[in-house]
Design a protein around this ligand. Structure first.
Ligand SMILES: [Zn+2]
Length: 452
């Protein structure tokens, strides 16, 4: 491994540790867009995502007769009755003028922009140029998710990509996402439901983030919990192939259930050394998973099996919350946890009821530089939903909203009446928990799972 790639690996690790420590001290909010990294599952079920394709170029080294890499991956998955989630790009051919960076560096495929599958080979990749590969993936039952049209990072990322061009703001990000969404709908009648930002850069200039863009698109954020490796260049191909399987073997040796509910990150393309260890590594991974009785399913199927990351699908809270989720309520936190014993606040109640619509409202409030309440800034994650709750249910207190105050039975009655036209006769004692709310609202949707 070169010193540079070692540094990139270490920098990423340090960054993740730093982010973890920040996250531990930051409040987590209910959100219409949940980041799906993994789900809680007792069964041996997992998903695999493949970024940056489709790729018509053959694997490198090519031991597969010149077959397009994406086709090879699809056939391998199908051989093991597995379904993949292909996180595709639209077209990187407009990302010029540009120059190729040093081989083995993060800018190997372009200094100002990314180019897939390779610099000056943009016509061999992307949905726009490889519709036959999208046909093939859909015919094989694989899922398509959006990795954006041009794969331009959404905001500045100085550490690794200091010289990269990034998107100027939310409108440009939306235009790019809408393009891929529209092409998939028009050509394949296919609705995208999940998206992963290029290089996971979340901050968008203008005070917005990926979560705002996804809320406007109606998407969920596609994360991952397990690195299938293969993207980092090592000393040679065999070493890179081994790196795709060793961490998985180690994890499953220690605990054969260790991958239950996890989402594995892989690449449908070349690593920084312009090699594709996934072409040989994937079969070894699938052999191991099959031997242990794992089902590899699409991320959609994984979410249908278990929607949340902290509560398994056999629990009443998960079942009640899943009903509400399907009815458009925002019952889970941004990290896709349910945390049912949390005390329901007024802000939380507003967000649960009006979170989707509120996300649009919040974007408008930020753009207008509005201050909707004296105790709530426009940038607060619940600002839009609180404005709607005040308008529809009279849930404000003059200039104040009191978003952190526990929700009262009267607050709950007003919101349920607005959403369902009625409220239940009996409401539990205050303080109300999220769990109690799920049970009440699920009853009003017509189906309810009794607490175990
Ligand atoms: Zn990517």
């Amino acid at each position: 491994m070169s010193l540079l790639t070692k540094c990139i690996g270490l920098a990423k690790k340090a960054k993740h540790r730093y982010q973890d420590s920040i996250q531990a001290h930051q409040p987590v909010y209910l959100s219409p867009v949940r980041r799906i990294d993994r789900v809680a599952a007792h069964e041996r079920i997992c998903a695999m995502t493949f970024d940056d394709g489709p790729c018509r170029l053959p694997a490198n080294p090519d031991s597969f007769g010149g077959k397009p890499l994406t086709l090879h991956l699809a056939e391998l998955l199908e051989k093991y009755d597995a379904k993949g989630t292909f996180d595709v790009v639209g077209d990187t051919s407009e990302n010029y003028p540009d120059a190729a960076g040093a081989a083995g560096s993060a800018s190997w495929g372009g200094i100002a922009y990314d180019h897939y599958p390779d610099f000056q080979k943009d016509q061999e990749g992307g949905v726009a140029h490889c519709p036959e590969l999208i046909d093939r993936l859909l015919a094989g039952g694989h899922q398509i998710t959006s990795h954006s049209w041009r794969h331009i990072i959404w905001g500045r990322k100085n550490v690794v990509y200091g010289k990269r061009r990034h998107m100027p703001g939310l409108d440009a990000v939306m235009e790019d996402l809408e393009k891929l969404d529209r092409v998939m709908k028009e050509r394949w009648d296919y609705s995208i439901r999940l998206s992963r930002p290029p290089h996971y850069v979340d901050r968008i200039p203008g005070g917005f983030t990926s979560y705002d863009a996804y809320a406007l698109m109606g998407y969920q954020y596609l994360g991952a919990s397990f690195d299938g490796a293969g993207w980092l260049p090592l000393s040679g191909y065999e070493v890179e192939v081994a790196a795709t399987i060793q961490p998985m073997e180690k994890l499953l040796d220690a605990n054969p259930d260790g991958l239950c509910g996890q989402i594995i990150f892989q690449k449908d393309g070349f690593n920084m050394a312009r090699r594709s260890p996934v072409a040989d590594g994937l079969e070894k991974q699938l052999q191991l998973l099959t031997r242990l009785g794992y089902r590899v399913v699409t991320v959609d199927a994984l979410l249908a099996h278990s929607p949340f990351s902290d509560i398994t699908p056999d629990k009443a809270d998960a079942q009640n919350a899943a009903l509400l989720l399907a009815a458009g309520w925002c019952v889970a936190f941004r990290d896709n946890t349910l945390r049912p014993q949390t005390i329901l606040t007024r802000g939380g109640l507003a967000q649960m009821a009006y979170g989707w619509e509120g996300a649009k409202k919040r974007v408008a409030l930020i753009r207008e530089k509005a201050r909707p309440f004296s105790d709530l800034k426009a940038s607060h994650p619940y600002a839009g939903a609180c404005v709607i709750a005040a308008e529809r249910c009279g849930l404000g207190e003059g200039r104040r909203f009191l978003p952190d105050a526990p929700a009262t039975r009267a607050d709950l009655r007003r919101v349920l009446t607005d959403r369902f036209g009625e409220a239940p006769e009996v409401i539990p004692e205050e303080p109300l928990t999220h769990s109690a709310f799920f049970a009440l609202a699920a009853e009003l949707t017509g189906e309810r799972h009794e607490s175990e």
